[in-house]
Design a protein around this ligand. Structure first.
Ligand code: NI
Length: 178
């Protein structure tokens, strides 16, 4: 069990196009995913992408029953998603506030597709095929952006809705203010 350091915005490793995972169900992959869950849980994150711990692979994890950083968010199934491909369903988009463990202390309103079809693989190489909407769809789009070298501030259109978490959301626990 290892909590890894999370890279912060400005680190060029967050700007790479991640490489596909080619071997599934290996001890190395399972150990990496265990570290990612330890790291995400230690930070109360809703999701984490491998590039955020400096690993250049198309691998994201996400999911929670209840999340202190997003107290109003509905449950999202705990998921390991590898080599993902996203396809929006329709062109409807919605704005919603996001934070990122690589952008500590800040929140911004980001437009995301409302409904999404996504595919990929789990750590055993089993295919994942899902449709998602709302916060679930938002989390997937945020995490998969990390694999494209995109951090959420790059998606913000209205910079009047970008600021410090403790100013905009004083009701949140400052210990989760990342
Ligand atoms: Ni993030």
């Amino acid at each position: 069990m290892t909590v890894r350091d999370i890279l912060k915005m400005g680190d060029p490793r967050l700007l790479r196009q991640a490489q596909p995972v080619r071997e599934f169900d290996t001890p190395e992959l399972h150990a990496l995913i265990a570290d990612m869950f330890d790291t995400m849980h230690a930070a109360n994150g809703a999701g984490l992408a491998a590039p955020q711990i400096g690993v250049d692979l198309q691998l994201v994890i996400y999911g929670f029953k209840k999340n202190a950083r997003y107290p109003d968010a509905p449950e999202v199934p705990e998921t390991v998603l590898i080599n993902p491909v996203l396809t929006p369903i329709g062109d409807g988009m919605e704005e919603g506030f996001e934070g990122c463990l690589s952008v500590p202390g800040l929140r911004g309103s980001v437009p995301r597709y409302t409904r999404l079809h996504y595919e990929g693989f789990d750590q055993y190489g089993k295919r994942i095929v899902r449709d998602a909407d709302g916060f679930h769809a938002r989390v997937v789009q945020h995490e998969v952006d990390h694999l494209l070298g995109i951090l959420y501030p790059m998606r913000i259109r209205d910079f009047t809705k970008f600021g410090f978490t403790d100013v905009m959301f004083p009701e949140l626990d400052p210990n989760d203010d990342d």
